[in-house]
Structures are given as structure tokens and as C-alpha cells.
Design a protein around this ligand. Structure first.
Ligand SMILES: [Zn+2]
Length: 108
């Protein structure tokens, strides 16, 4: 996977332990009924395409590496395509990517 230049400086403020804890919480959250209900909806949070539950992945809206937490408000189910795109695109490129699915929305 190719790395973008310019890692965000504040990412270094996060301790390894904090990130590990959030990843551990994510593993636990994957076992929860709440998460299973999300998967059962079978829809990608980002592009809205119908996606079989076994194709949905857990995504942190604010990545753990940027200080995001494993909370219900920060975790969504999305398809692999969106998950990959989110990892590889810069934040602005990601916004453009999302816009193609919601062309009429000005905000949100
Ligand atoms: Zn998607």
C-alpha cells in the first residue's frame, strides 16, 4: 500500500497503548448485537449501495491513527471499495469521492 507524504504531526501524540486499546474495543464491538444489526441492514454507510453483510467492513469515521475512538458514533459499516478509497485518498479527495453518491446534497 502506498503511503501518502506528510503524515499528520498530531498522530504522533497518540500513544501506541491508546491505539491498541481502541483496536481491541473495535474487535469487541464487532461481536456485539448492535454491530450485527448494522451488518444485517446490508447497506454501505458511505455510498449507500446494497452490500451483503459479509462484504461490509467496520470503518472508523475518524481513524484511530488520527485520534478517533471506537464508539458507536464513530464506527460505521461500509463496503470494501469505500473502505479502501478512504484509506488511500486525502481528506479532500475523499469528500469528492463521497459527493458522487450524494450530488444534490450541499451539506452533511
Ligand atoms: Zn460503499
Amino acid at each position: 500500500m502506498k503511503r501518502k507524504q506528510n503524515p499528520q504531526p498530531f498522530a504522533y501524540d497518540l500513544s501506541e497503548a491508546d491505539q491498541k486499546r481502541e483496536r481491541h474495543k473495535a474487535r469487541e464491538l464487532r461481536q456485539s448485537q448492535w454491530w450485527k444489526r448494522r451488518l444485517a441492514k446490508g447497506v454501505c454507510y458511505y455510498c449507500g449501495r446494497p452490500t451483503p453483510p459479509d462484504q461490509l467492513t467496520m470503518d472508523h469515521i475518524v481513524p484511530i491513527s488520527r485520534g478517533g475512538k471506537t464508539t458507536r458514533g464513530n464506527v460505521v459499516a461500509c463496503c470494501k471499495q469505500c473502505n479502501n478509497a478512504k484509506k488511500q485518498l486525502l481528506p479532500m479527495e475523499w469528500e469528492n469521492y463521497l459527493r458522487q453518491f450524494h450530488p444534490s446534497e450541499n451539506s452533511q
